[in-house]
Design a protein around this ligand. Structure first.
Ligand code: ADP
Ligand code: MG
Length: 238
């Protein structure tokens, strides 16, 4: 696990500026949730932390290292997407092993790590199957497993439960909470779901139009929203 620092990060796509100077500190092992309306920049910020998108200006550090110029695979982060992003032509095992094979991890070590993660997520029975034959909930567990096997310093989740039905959303949310308790890793989690934010977060970052509107614990934000926008998003009483 590692801490994360974001300093005055700005982002433009061509002439369109979508991030206007974001500052954020995440402590080691903290569970931080980004919330905010569609288009406010949650995914962009996550992708910049992962290195899938360059920052236009500002600095991102993981641990004590500035990672602006560091390749995604070398940042010690693993990302879980809403769309699962699994390879349909590979077995579950090979999906989970893919990143480790790329990194030339010895096969025995790969086998050990994949089986351990599969056990945690209760997907051992599916290891030889194709993701095509799995339900949405099972696929998302494979995608989470693929992140776990890389033993990242920081987990990044981009609306991981959005494609699941209500019952599975609750179940998978509880699994992610249990995972955080077990691994004690730093986790950054994007959602537009109040319940997910309030129940998972040590700290919530409320975003609006490329800016941080307020940062605080769920109870802080609920009791002391700094304005009507935050109050509405967090569901504070009027
Ligand atoms: P969120 O995840 O909060 O819904 P995004 O980070 O996806 O928001 O998008 C933030 C803003 O950046 C939006 O205005 C979106 O249209 C714009 N945007 C995102 N990706 C691109 C891109 N590749 N090219 C141009 N504009 C983009
Ligand atoms: Mg998004």
């Amino acid at each position: 696990m590692a801490s994360l620092k974001i300093r005055d990060v700005k982002k433009s796509y061509g002439d369109l500026q979508v991030m206007h100077g974001v500052d954020l500190d995440v402590e080691e092992g903290e569970f931080v949730v980004f919330v905010g309306p569609s288009g406010c920049g949650k995914s962009t910020l996550l992708r910049m932390i992962a290195g899938l998108e360059e920052v236009t200006s500002g600095e991102i550090s993981i641990g004590d290292k500035v990672v602006n110029e560091v390749a995604p695979a070398k940042r010690g982060v693993a990302m879980v997407f809403q769309s699962y992003a699994l390879y349909p032509h590979m077995t579950v095992f090979n999906n989970m092993a893919f990143g480790l094979k790329q990194a030339k991890t010895p096969p025995k070590e790969i086998d050990r790590r994949v089986r351990e993660a599969a056990e945690v997520l209760q997907i051992t029975d599916y290891l030889d199957r194709s993701p095509r034959n799995l339900s949405g909930g099972q696929r998302q567990r494979v995608a989470i497993g693929r992140a776990i096997v890389r033993d990242p310093e920081v987990f990044l989740f981009d609306e991981p439960l959005s494609n699941l039905d209500a019952a599975l959303r609750v179940q998978t949310r509880l699994e992610i909470a249990r995972l955080h308790e077990r691994l004690k890793s730093t986790m950054i989690y994007v959602t537009h779901d109040q319940v997910e934010a309030m129940t998972l977060a040590d700290k919530i970052v409320v975003m609006r139009a490329g800016r941080v509107e307020q940062i605080g614990s769920p109870i802080d934000l609920y009791r002391n929203p700094s304005n009507a926008f935050v109050a509405q998003f967090i569901g504070s009483p009027k």
